[in-house]
Design a protein around this ligand. Structure first.
Ligand code: CMP
Length: 160
C-alpha cells in the first residue's frame, strides 16, 4: 500500500547565501521528491522563535532564532512515499561532521548551526510546520480537489 506523505523542508540562510538552493532542490528531485509548493522568504526573529518553540529551553535557542531570521530561506512542501523519513535520510545527521557521504549536510553543511537544511522530524510535526509556512495551502488544495472531482463527474454524466 502506498504511503504518500508531505513534509516541510527549509533551505537555511547559509545555503541560500551561497546560491545552493537549486543544487539542493535537484538533490530532492533526484531522490523522487516532488516540490509541491515553495517560496523564498525572510522571516522575523519572532517568527523563528515560534517555529523553533520546541527548542526554547535549549541553550542554543537564541542563536538558532537569530540565525534562521538572518537572511533569505527557501521553504518547500516535499511529497513522496515516506517523505518524512526519506527527507531526514537525505539531509543527514544534524551535525555535518557526523553526516554520511551523499547527504545534503555532508555536502554543504558548515557547522551544527549552519547545517544548510531543516526537515520535519515526524508526520505530526510535518503537518504543523507546513501549516506554519503555508496556512492557506490545505484549504486551496481541498477546494481544488473538489472542483476537479466535480468536473470529472460532470464530464462522465455528459457522456452517458
Ligand atoms: P534543525 O534540524 O533545523 O533543528 C534545530 C536546529 O538547532 C538544528 O537543525 C541545528 O542547526 C541547531 N542546533 C544548534 N546547536 C544544536 C545542538 N547542540 N543540538 C541540536 N541542534 C542544534
Amino acid at each position: 500500500m502506498s504511503n504518500i506523505e508531505q513534509t516541510l523542508s527549509i533551505i537555511k540562510p547559509d545555503a541560500v547565501e551561497r546560491n545552493l538552493d537549486n543544487e539542493i532542490k535537484e538533490m530532492f528531485k533526484k531522490k523522487g521528491f516532488s516540490i509541491l509548493k515553495e517560496k523564498k522568504i525572510q522571516i522575523e526573529k519572532s517568527e523563528a522563535e515560534k517555529f523553533y518553540k520546541v527548542h526554547e529551553t535549549k541553550p542554543f535557542y537564541d542563536d538558532l532564532c537569530n540565525y534562521l531570521s538572518s537572511g533569505p530561506i527557501v521553504v518547500m512542501i516535499l511529497e513522496k512515499e515516506n517523505a518524512v523519513l526519506g527527507n531526514r535520510e537525505l539531509m543527514g545527521a544534524t551535525n555535518p561532521k557526523d553526516a554520511q557521504e551523499g547527504t545534503i549536510r555532508k555536502k554543504y553543511g558548515i557547522s551544527i548551526d549552519k547545517n544548510s537544511v531543516h526537515g520535519s522530524d515526524s508526520i505530526d510535526n510535518a503537518k504543523i510546520e507546513i501549516d506554519f509556512f503555508f496556512k492557506d495551502w490545505k484549504f486551496l488544495k481541498l477546494l481544488w480537489d473538489k472542483v476537479y472531482a466535480l468536473v470529472i463527474i460532470s464530464f462522465s454524466l455528459r457522456s452517458f
